[in-house]
Design a protein around this ligand. Sequence first.
Ligand code: BG6
Length: 481
Amino acid sequence: MNKQTNFDLVLFGATGDLAMRKLLPCLYQAHVAGLLHPEGRILGVSRSELDTGGFLEKVETHSKIHIKQNFSDEQWASFTKRIQYLTVDVTRPEQFDALAETVKARKETDNVVIYLSTAPKFFAPACEALAKVGLNAPNVRIVLEKPLGTDLKSSQEINTDVARYFKEEQIYRIDHYLGKESLQNLLALRFANVVFEPLWNNKYVKSVQLTIAEQLGVEERGEFYDITGALRDMVQNHLMQMLCMTAMEAPKSLDADDVRDEKMKVIKSLKPLTSADVDANVVRGQYTADKGMNGYLQELNVPSESRTETYVAAKAEIDNERWKGVPFYLRTGKRMAGKVAEIVLNFKDLDNHIYENSAAAPNRLVIELQPTESVRLYTQVKTPGAGNKVEPTALAVDMGQAIEGRRAEAYERLLLDVINGKLALFNRRDELEAAWEWVMPIMENWENSPVPPHGYAAHSWGPEAARELLARNGDKWHEEQ
Ligand code: BG6
């Protein structure tokens, strides 16, 4: 194993939901797996007036419950020894002196990771205050949690502000979908095998569907969600990354910039949307009460006249040689009938059918990212007996069963990559801004549109308009195929 990096991880927003639910439990898993330097330190920071003991009590009640495996009291006790706490209000630069002193007091640190798990409006003031106390030295890395801004302009502003104090190679912009083992496996499937790539283009693929469906509603996040909506929360980032990984050309290597250059080319090749395209090809929805569940408008902290979308379906087109003419359908929604993230490639039909019913179900490749991680290639298999009938049957691999080994959660992988200075699974500035550029016409159209979001019943597969969007091209959403 490589020499482990001795780190200081400064976690702003340490008392927040993400830190408690994901970041600390993932660090615990890395600790148990022996992947953290024995002296690596976690410095929780927030404006709450607490000492380390008080913070650890919070961690005990709000974070420990999210550890779903490998728990032992002994490991937990040794993990929490890494944790210290400091009160720092990002809007009060004078409070950063104590932070700098604490960090600099430890001479043996190889690098310092500063994770801003805060609202994006605090990114610039935090970076400025960090720079003033010298916490932007070359051994400091800064992690920016999504959403990075609320539109192209605010995202550019944040990036410009952060760039005043940190170089691009010090900046780790998180999209946790990139940390998912299953999404990385998509690249291996495509680029470590010979069989898929020749078919991966407009000669053989009729349409592509990318879905992230959630069964949960907005829960207690109404306040955040209502000013965000599904387009900013999921499409601009997670779905866009899935699209890039599905459509990109083979990178020269798996090095950060080789991968990011190829993803960038995909985003740049997306056909820009006019307002008329948005009317025709983008559907926004909002869940309504059903099956004993609240509608979005009845959720906590959601204004009763809100038009915020909890569902988006869009048809995107990639204007390049490989994909011209192939619709890429993106969709995401809360309170849908199932929880699934998947990529579906629908292949074109055969020109000539010599079996009785082979036209009924052309080949389809389904890459399920969650809840299970699997790849299923639907092929036609002859049904036994004298007839000439075939039946679609999946050649299926469940990755969890097929390959042994611990499958780390996305945030664990990403935290380890930051600590070890690996940038490949993080977004570069130009990628992120290009993604905002593509979604901007949608946001602008919706702001000015008199048409409210389409309603869809809680725990359904979304509005009828989304079904019609595909029907126009002779396509169906995956659950109807
Ligand atoms: C987050 C969104 O980025 O991703 C949430 O803010 C969403 O609204 C979550 O629920 C989905 O992530 P996952 O990994 O559970 O699919």
